[in-house]
Design a protein around this ligand. Structure first.
Ligand SMILES: Cc1cc2nc3c(=O)[nH]c(=O)nc-3n(C[C@H](O)[C@H](O)[C@H](O)COP(=O)(O)OP(=O)(O)OC[C@H]3O[C@@H](n4cnc5c(N)ncnc54)[C@H](O)[C@@H]3O)c2cc1C
Length: 572
C-alpha cells in the first residue's frame, strides 16, 4: 500500500465526480482513479440533463409536484423492477443533493420547463419541471487541466472545436443563416474558439451540456485539492475481514494498492464496451449482431468483476440492459464516420421511420429508447436492425434531420457523401434505399391520409403530451403530425445505439453494493451506471441517468463518511 485516503473513487464521470466532490467538501482525503487518459467518461459527451423532481428551480417556477406523484411515476414505468427503498431515497435526497452541489460546488442547472416526462400518459407523470439543463461553463477557469477533459461527441461541436449548448446555442445557430443577430452570435462563438486555440487550449473553452457538468465538478475538485490520477485502472479490491479497505490499481509503470479508510466508490460507467457482458445480456448480440456504443471504449464493465471478487451479488438485469437511441453514421472525411444520436428529430411533423420492409414500426415521436426497442424487436426475429427516417422537403428544410441542418444550410454535402438519399418521388427514394417501392408508397399514403386529420391510428402518434411537445407547436391540427407531400423526399439510415447500460450491481438505498445474500458489503459503493437502474429498463424522462448518478454519488460519499443529513433547506 503506497498512500492512504479516506475515500477512493473509481471513474471520473458524473457518479464519480459527485461522490468525490461531496466527500472532499465534507473534509475527506479523496483520490479519483480514472482508467482513460481523459476526465469525464460518457458524462462529458452527454447532454448533461438531469431528472431531479421537486428541485429549488421547479418550486421557484411554481411547478406543483409531490414526492408521492414521483414515486407513482417511477413505480408505473419500472413495473416489476421497482425498488421502493432506492426510489424513495432518490426522491427525498435528489433535490437536496442538487442544492448541495449548487451551494457548495460550481454546478449550476436551469429548469427545462417545456420538457415533460416521456410517458406523459402514465400515472404520476409531470407535464414539465423535473428535467434540468446544465448551465454553460467557462473552461478557462480550469487552466491547463481543461485539455484533460474528454471532448463532446465530434458532431456536437462546430468549427474550431466549439461545443454547442443544446438549449441556448442550437436554436440561434439554426437561425444564423437567416437572422443577422444570430449570425453575429455564431461568429462570436467561433471567434472565441479560435482565440482559445491561440491561447494553447485544445478546443473552445466554452463548455456546454455534459462537458459543462464535468468542468464545473472538476473545478471544485481542483480547488478542494482532490488528486485525480489519469491512466490508472482499478483492477481489484483489498478486502480485510469482509470490509473493502482499498483497491489494486495499475498504470503504465507499476501496479500498486491504495488504502481507503472510509470507502471505495465504484463509478466506472457500466459495460457498454464489454463484449462478454453484451453477449450475455443482449439477445441481438448473442445472435451475432452489433449496435453502436456511444460511451468511451474504457467503459468495459470492470466494476462487475471487481465487486464480485469481494462477494457482490449477481447483476440486476432489468427489462432492458441498456439505454438506447437511434444513431446515424455521419461521414466526416478521410473515410471516417462519427455517430449522430437522433434524440429529437425523428418525431418532427413530416418525418416517419420505416423498417427494412418499408413499413412503419413505431410511434416516431416516443422516446429514442422506445424507438430502438421496437427496432431491436425485429433484429431478434433474425435480421440486423436498421431503419430509415423518411422526410419530405418541407420537414427537412424546416427542422433538419440528424446532421443535416435546416434551411438555409445547404444539404448538398450530405447528398454527395451518401449520408442523405433523395428521390423526386417516394418510389424513386425507395429505389435509392433498396426498400420495396410499392410498400413504401403504401406506407406514406396511409400515414398521410390520417396525418392530414391529425391522427395516427396505427401507433397513436401525437396523442401524448410528450409527442406533441416534441413536434412543432405551429402545426395544426396536431403538432406531431404532417403528411409527407412536398417533393423531393429524403431518407437517412439509422442503427441501434446505446448511450450507457442499465443492468448493474445490486445496491441499497445508501448506494452500498449488496453481497450474494443481499447483505451490504462494508466499505463498497456503486453509483452511476455501475449500479442497476432505478427505472426497470425504461427511459422515462430526460436526465434519468445523470440525476440518479449525482444523487447516489452524493449519498455514497455521505454514508461512507458517516455524515449526517442537513436539515431541509429553506426552499423545500
Ligand atoms: C450522446 C449522449 C447523450 C446523453 N445525454 C444524457 C443526458 O442528457 N442526461 C442523462 O441523464 N444521460 C445522458 N446520457 C447518458 C449518460 O451520459 C450516462 O449514463 C452517464 O454519463 C454515466 O455516468 P457514469 O458516471 O456512470 O459513467 P461515465 O461518465 O461513463 O464515467 C465512467 C468512467 O469510469 C472510467 N473507468 C472504467 N473502468 C475503470 C477502471 N477499471 N478504473 C478506473 N476508471 C475506470 C471510464 O474510463 C469513464 O471515464 C447520454 C449519453 C450519451 C452518449
Amino acid at each position: 500500500m503506497d498512500k492512504a485516503f479516506d475515500v477512493i473513487v473509481v471513474g471520473s464521470g458524473a457518479g464519480g465526480l459527485a461522490a468525490a466532490a461531496t466527500a472532499a467538501l465534507l473534509g475527506a482525503r479523496v483520490v479519483v482513479l480514472e482508467k482513460a487518459g481523459q476526465i469525464g467518461g460518457t458524462t462529458a459527451t452527454s447532454g448533461g440533463e438531469i431528472w431531479i423532481p421537486r428541485s429549488r428551480q421547479a418550486i421557484a417556477a411554481g411547478i406543483v409536484d409531490d414526492a408521492d406523484a414521483v414515486e407513482t411515476y417511477i413505480r408505473a414505468v419500472a413495473k416489476c423492477g421497482f425498488d421502493a427503498a432506492r426510489s424513495r431515497r432518490f426522491i427525498d435526497v435528489a433535490p437536496n443533493a442538487l442544492a448541495f452541489f449548487e451551494q457548495r460546488t460550481h454546478v449550476r442547472y436551469a429548469l427545462m420547463p417545456g420538457s415533460p416526462d416521456y410517458h406523459s400518459d402514465q400515472p404520476g407523470a409531470c407535464s414539465g419541471g423535473r428535467s434540468l439543463a446544465a448551465e454553460p461553463f467557462d473552461g478557462r477557469q480550469l487552466g491547463k487541466t481543461f485539455n484533460l477533459v474528454r471532448k463532446p461527441l465530434e458532431n456536437a461541436m462546430i468549427v474550431g472545436g466549439t461545443s454547442v449548448c443544446t438549449r441556448l446555442d442550437m436554436p440561434r445557430l439554426l437561425r444564423a443563416g437567416s437572422r443577422p443577430q444570430d449570425a453575429l452570435y455564431a461568429a462570436r462563438l467561433v471567434a472565441r474558439s479560435w482565440q482559445d486555440r491561440l491561447a494553447g487550449f485544445s478546443r473552445g473553452t466554452r463548455m456546454t451540456n455534459g462537458n459543462a457538468l464535468v468542468g464545473r465538478l472538476l473545478l471544485t475538485l481542483l480547488e478542494a485539492g482532490v488528486e485525480i490520477r489519469l491512466n490508472h485502472e482499478v483492477t481489484g479490491l483489498c478486502v480485510v475481514n469482509g470490509r473493502v479497505e482499498g483497491v489494486d490499481v495499475r498504470n503504465a509503470e507499476h501496479v500498486t494498492s491504495l488504502r481507503a479508510s472510509r470507502g471505495v466508490v465504484l463509478a466506472a460507467g457500466g459495460f457498454s464496451h464489454s463484449s462478454a457482458w453484451k453477449t450475455r445480456l443482449f439477445p441481438h448480440v448473442s445472435q451475432g449482431q452489433q449496435h453502436v456504443s456511444l460511451p468511451p471504449k474504457s467503459n468495459t464493465g470492470d466494476s462487475i468483476a471487481i465487486a464480485q471478487t469481494a462477494g457482490a451479488g449477481s447483476l440486476r438485469n432489468p427489462d432492458q440492459p441498456a439505454a438506447w437511441t437511434p444513431v446515424s453514421n455521419v461521414p466526416v472525411g478521410q473515410g471516417r464516420t462519427a455517430p449522430w444520436p437522433h434524440f429529437g428529430d425523428k418525431g418532427k411533423p413530416g418525418v416517419i421511420a420505416v423498417d427494412w420492409q418499408g413499413r412503419r414500426f413505431v410511434n416516431e415521436a416516443d422516446s429514442y429508447h422506445a424507438f430502438v426497442l421496437a427496432l431491436l424487436a425485429q433484429s431478434n426475429a433474425g435480421r440486423a436492425a436498421e431503419a430509415w427516417l423518411i422526410a419530405d422537403h418541407r420537414a427537412l428544410r424546416a427542422y433538419g434531420l440528424g446532421a443535416v441542418r435546416p434551411h438555409p444550410w445547404p444539404v448538398r454535402k450530405h447528398l454527395r457523401s451518401g449520408y442523405l438519399l433523395k428521390g423526386e418521388t417516394i418510389a424513386e427514394l425507395a429505389g435509392r434505399t433498396g426498400l420495396n417501392a410499392d410498400t413504401l408508397e403504401r406506407t406514406v399514403a396511409e400515414f398521410n391520409r390520417h396525418a392530414a386529420e391529425g391522427r395516427d391510428p396505427l401507433f397513436g402518434r401525437g396523442e401524448s403530451l410528450f409527442n406533441r411537445r416534441s413536434g412543432d407547436a405551429a402545426r395544426a391540427p396536431n403538432p406531431s403530425l404532417a403528411p409527407l407531400i412536398k417533393a423531393p423526399f429524403y431518407a437517412l439510415r439509422v442503427l441501434p445505439g446505446d448511450i450507457g447500460t442499465f443492468a448493474g450491481l445490486p445496491t441499497d438505498e445508501h448506494a452500498r453494493v449488496l453481497g450474494v445474500t443481499g447483505v451490504p458489503i462494508n466499505g463498497l459503493y456503486a453509483v452511476g451506471n455501475d449500479a442497476a437502474t432505478l427505472f426497470g429498463g425504461d427511459y422515462p424522462a430526460a436526465g434519468i441517468t445523470l440525476g440518479p448518478a449525482l444523487t447516489f454519488g452524493h449519498i455514497a460519499a455521505r454514508h461512507a463518511l458517516g455524515a449526517g443529513w442537513p436539515a431541509n433547506t429553506d426552499w423545500t
